[in-house]
Design a protein around this ligand. Structure first.
Ligand SMILES: NC(=O)c1ccc[n+]([C@@H]2O[C@H](COP(=O)([O-])OP(=O)(O)OC[C@H]3O[C@@H](n4cnc5c(N)ncnc54)[C@H](O)[C@@H]3O)[C@@H](O)[C@H]2O)c1
Length: 434
């Protein structure tokens, strides 16, 4: 089968590379010429473990090709995936500009029958809007069906998530489109991956509902961590005790500085907006968003309360990306936390194993970046761990103490044991653990 993927970002590139790995002929298109030039040269424009290898392998085998001309991704393809960004607008709603732009271009290039699939996260109703838009813009005739096939991969483990997903959701009214997509996903079907076949609206909502639920789980434990601090309980053990109940599950119950990334913040706001447009208030999800905003500022308060003030102090921040194994800085808690610390007069020395390049574009000027955590700690009054990179889980505490000027240690991901940390002579603070 020949397929086209429009939008070669985290989702589009992983989707294209993984389908190529399944033996499908894939053309990936993006309007960003620099990105395409870098991909043609065999370089991945962002950090995702394992991706470079499968991209290079499949380009070599002839299964994967890159182009900046959208028509090339449509021409021979039976299935065309739309995987462009759907960033938030000022009011929180999803900006569908790129999706609509691509749908119109697909229409102009359509001749035979094709299935046009949204992989981008789009609000309910987008599928039927696109159907209309494509029909109105057809130039050479052509027949098509639309489908929704939301993506659930996690950055940092995207290949594994794509190759072994918990489920594949396909929404379409067309039995023909459903059969084609099932055929495309056949390698996963053979692995007994559950398939949810439904209508477009339901498929679109499954994606938002899933992200809103996971975000709510994080906000739930973060809010509970505040109570733990007041009453002397340990949030890690509370989460463990809760998570062992199979009805609850242990995932996404780690207290920390709040959720970030390219999906949870924008998708929670978008589902709230979608509900408002339909005359509803999603009170639980609204609270999750509010708790998350508060959580980031509570981390700043925690640092300030411990140190007296942060003005004039130097803090070494270790870990900047919104989670480990990615260089994605979109809505990373580091942005608000570092921004606020600097506003209050702190100087920041930062280290991240891979995200320094993207961080430079998103953090305030004046942050100093270092290639090593000990260098970043040199002469600082305190350390702040913001991302639980493996590289930060086994710091040499003696060496750290010798390079730091002060002895404050803020472990905002709870990766160290409080009792052992106190033995090292640090003034140790974490989240939800007294
Ligand atoms: N990143 C994730 O972890 C993740 C997971 C699941 C779903 N999603 C959803 O998938 C979608 C894509 O996310 P992403 O993180 O891959 O975005 P991204 O910003 O990394 O990539 C989007 C790409 O689309 C390209 N693009 C925009 N307009 C275009 C056009 N008219 N023609 C061709 N290319 C165009 C951009 O140049 C960019 O390379 C979003 O809706 C997102 O919510 C993302």
């Amino acid at each position: 089968m020949h397929i086209g993927i429009i939008g070669t970002g985290y989702v589009g590139l992983v989707t294209g590379a993984c389908f190529a790995e399944f033996g499908v002929n894939v053309v990936c298109a993006d309007k960003d010429r620099e990105k395409i030039a870098s991909l043609v040269a065999g370089k991945i424009p962002f950090y995702e473990p394992g991706l470079e290898e499968i991209v290079q392998k499949n380009v070599k085998k002839g299964f994967l090709r890159f182009t900046d001309r959208l028509s090339e991704a449509v021409d021979q393809s039976l299935v065309v995936f739309i995987a462009v960004g759907t960033p938030p607008r000022g009011d929180g709603s999803a900006d569908l500009r790129f999706v609509e732009e691509v749908a119109k271009e697909i229409a102009l290039n359509l001749d035979g029958y094709k299935v046009v699939v949204t992989k981008s996260t789009v609000p309910v109703g987008t599928g039927s809007k696109l159907k209309k838009l494509i029909r109105e813009n057809l130039k050479n005739g052509g027949d098509f069906d639309v489908a929704s096939n939301p993506e659930f991969l996690r950055e940092g483990s995207a290949i594994e998530d794509f190759m072994r997903p918990n489920r594949v959701v396909i929404g379409t009214e067309s039995p023909q489109a459903a059969a084609i997509l099932k055929d495309l996903y056949n390698p996963l079907y053979l692995l007994d991956t559950p398939f949810v076949l439904t209508d477009i609206e339901t498929a679109e909502l499954i994606k938002y509902a899933s992200n809103a639920f996971l975000a709510t789980k994080i906000s739930f434990i973060n809010e509970l961590s505040r109570l733990c601090e007041k009453v002397g309980a340990d949030v890690g053990t509370v989460a463990k005790g809760m998570g062992l109940d199979k009805r609850i599950g242990s995932k996404f119950l780690h207290a920390g500085p709040g959720f970030g990334g390219s999906c949870f913040p924008k998708d929670t706001r978008a589902i709230i907006n979608l509900a408002r447009e339909n005359g509803l208030e999603l009170k639980l999800i609204e609270s999750s968003v509010r708790v998350n905003e508060e959580q980031k500022m509570l981390m700043v308060d925690k640092i300030k309360d411990a140190m007296g003030q942060v003005g004039g102090k130097t803090l070494s921040v270790l870990g900047l990306s919104f989670k480990p194994n990615t260089d994605d800085m979109r809505e990373a808690p580091a942005i608000s936390i570092i921004g606020e610390l600097m506003k209050q007069g702190a100087r920041i020395r930062a280290f991240d194993p891979v995200a320094a390049g993207t961080a430079k574009k998103m953090l305030p000027d004046g942050v100093a970046y270092f290639k090593d955590p000990y260098e970043a700690a040199m002469g600082a009054d305190g350390l702040v761990i913001l991302t639980e990179w493996n590289e930060l889980r086994n710091l040499d505490m003696e060496r750290m103490r010798s390079v730091l000027a002060g002895n404050f240690f803020f472990d905002l991901r709870n990766i160290y044991d409080p009792a052992r940390m106190r033995q090292t002579g640090f003034k140790y603070y974490s989240v939800g653990r007294s």
